[in-house]
Write a protein that binds this ligand. Structure first.
Ligand code: SF4
Length: 159
């Protein structure tokens, strides 16, 4: 849908982690939402990926717990591809944050690699096709202001 988004976290780190794609609450605000035309099935009436209870948490129905992979990786929603970076529609505008819950982000928070990736993300969000995607998919945009303590502000997307 939005083309290939370069990933910041190497798959070797993701595959060893037990964080993503599992949520503490069935109605967790961190569940990804699918945009228009992203997923034909597997989402609830609000567009969130459906989850199933699993070992004390709620796991995305597309998550394969045997090898920590996503069964629809190539077609996964934009929000999944963007993570551990998130968009937050706040009173100040459309802002981009890193989610400090991600152990790799914690390790790399002060690294030049993160700064380079932020530069890449700024260019990415300036692309006309991404602008258009965000305009069409306003329903994806949450306000994560109440989660500031677990977010690192990166930049505001100029509109
Ligand atoms: S769609 Fe894939 S990447 Fe997204 S939450 Fe589900 S399993 Fe994880």
């Amino acid at each position: 849908m939005t083309g290939q988004l370069k990933q910041f976290v190497p798959s070797s780190a993701c595959l060893k982690c037990d964080g993503c794609c599992r949520f503490r609450l069935s109605d967790s605000p961190w569940r990804p939402k699918a945009g228009e035309q992203e997923l034909q099935e597997g989402t609830d009436s609000q567009g969130y990926v459906k989850t199933i209870p699993q070992a004390g948490h709620h796991q995305c129905i597309f998550f394969n717990k045997t090898d920590n992979t996503c069964e629809i990786y190539v077609q996964r929603p934009f929000e999944c591809a963007l993570y551990p970076f998130v968009l937050s529609q706040t009173a100040k505008g459309l802002e981009v944050y890193a989610h400090l819950a991600c152990p790799y982000i914690q390790d790399q928070e002060q690294s030049p690699q993160l700064q380079e990736y932020v530069t890449y993300l700024k260019e990415f969000f300036g692309l006309p096709r991404i602008r258009s995607f965000l305009e069409i998919n306003g329903s994806l945009l949450h306000d994560y202001t109440s989660f500031q303590q677990e977010l690192k502000f990166l930049f505001t997307i100029e509109v």
